[in-house]
Design a protein around this ligand. Structure first.
Ligand code: ZN
Length: 350
């Protein structure tokens, strides 16, 4: 995708007042070529296409030794974009990498954006999930440059997703233990395949308001692909939803079938990744984060906030949404149904 010119100061929607998009615009003005170069370097280093640390190339990100090198590399990228990398060590050989971007307005609200960095044995894991890591790191870079953040952000690269969401479950528990007021969790898993070239993505089990957020983000970022909604629970977002946090997963068209045929195989290599697709969806994610960070209230009590593990824990109230057709959610036109919270949708066992 190529962005031309500057987006307007606000987006006029069919169904409401103009949406200020200044914060989203701030991260959307950079040319896509530099984003693609940034992300391509990350994906190559994570998948053996380049050295991940001096002298070492990764065949996979599965063994303890390889994952230790990955953590060192991810930490170096977080440092390079101006953040302080931290480790969340939850068991022997189990450690996620994260960084905090504090609110500039003393908000208590916390937004989480994450992706898993591990792979199954003997897969270089380009689409699954070096692409998600590259998306999160690019968003970290963009958000760290924002002059105003009305909410706190944690960017996190999870360990051991492939072994049953182990790292994300431990991280969700940590947020509960710390009493964080988590207003949104967005996780990305497999964002490198667009075989039919339509640019479409899927939102997995979106929380109340997430579909509308991405509709606005599509308008703000120039994202033109369809946004489908699915009930897929097999990734890190589920770990947070289980503990009552509003969560959503982002992925290529996994349920629709336009998804990497190389998943969990030795052929999930960097040269199968569609970097323009990855950059376009990263812009969308950045814009969504920009909107979330532009609307927080200082020390506010937002109606939508969920104190992790607190009284308003909603263990089983997973939003149930229809599997929508592409036209329902294409940006800038049509009707955009908001998912309703409702009980009864079963979580897949971990
Ligand atoms: Zn994955």
């Amino acid at each position: 995708m190529v962005l031309t010119g500057f987006p307007p100061a606000s987006i006029q929607t069919a169904a409401g007042p103009p949406i200020p998009v200044a914060d989203a615009v701030a991260v959307a003005q950079e040319p896509d070529t530099s984003l693609i170069e940034f992300q391509k370097d990350i994906v190559l280093r994570l998948t053996g296409g380049k050295e991940v640390v001096p002298g070492s190339r990764l065949p996979d990100r599965s063994t303890p030794e390889n994952r230790a090198m990955v953590r060192a590399y991810l930490s170096s990228v977080l440092e390079a974009v101006g953040l302080e990398p931290r480790g969340h060590r939850y068991r022997e050989n189990g450690e996620s990498v994260y960084a905090l971007l504090p609110s500039t307005t003393h908000s208590d609200d916390l937004v989480v954006v994450g992706a898993h960095f591990d792979t199954v044995d003997r897969s270089p894991g380009a689409s699954d999930n070096a692409t998600g890591c590259a998306a999160v790191l690019a968003v970290a870079r963009g958000l760290s440059a924002l002059p105003v953040r009305k909410r706190n952000v944690v960017v996190v690269l999870f360990d051991e997703e492939e072994r049953g969401l182990v790292g994300s479950r431990a991280f969700a528990e940590k947020l509960v233990e710390e009493g964080k007021r988590v207003v949104a969790v967005h996780t990305i898993d497999q964002m490198g395949w667009d075989g039919d070239g339509d640019g479409a993505i899927e939102l997995e089990v979106p929380y109340d308001g997430a579909v509308d957020l991405y509709r606005r983000a599509a308008a703000a970022s120039g994202f033109s692909g369809a946004i489908h909604v699915t009930r897929e629970t097999g990734s890190d977002h589920t770990a947070f939803r289980r503990l009552g946090m509003p969560a959503v997963g982002l992925t290529e068209e996994y349920r629709n079938g336009d998804t990497t045929p190389h998943i969990h195989q030795s052929t999930d290599t960097w040269d199968t990744v569609d970097f323009e697709f990855l950059a376009g969806t990263t812009r969308l994610l950045e814009a969504a984060m920009g909107i979330l960070l532009g609307e927080g209230k200082p020390n506010g009590r937002p109606e939508s906030g969920h104190r992790a593990g607190g009284e308003d824990r909603q263990m089983n109230q997973v939003p149930v949404v229809p599997e929508l057709s592409p036209r329902d959610l294409t940006s800038n036109r049509g009707v955009f149904p908001i998912p309703h919270a409702g009980g009864g949708h079963p979580l897949s066992p971990l």
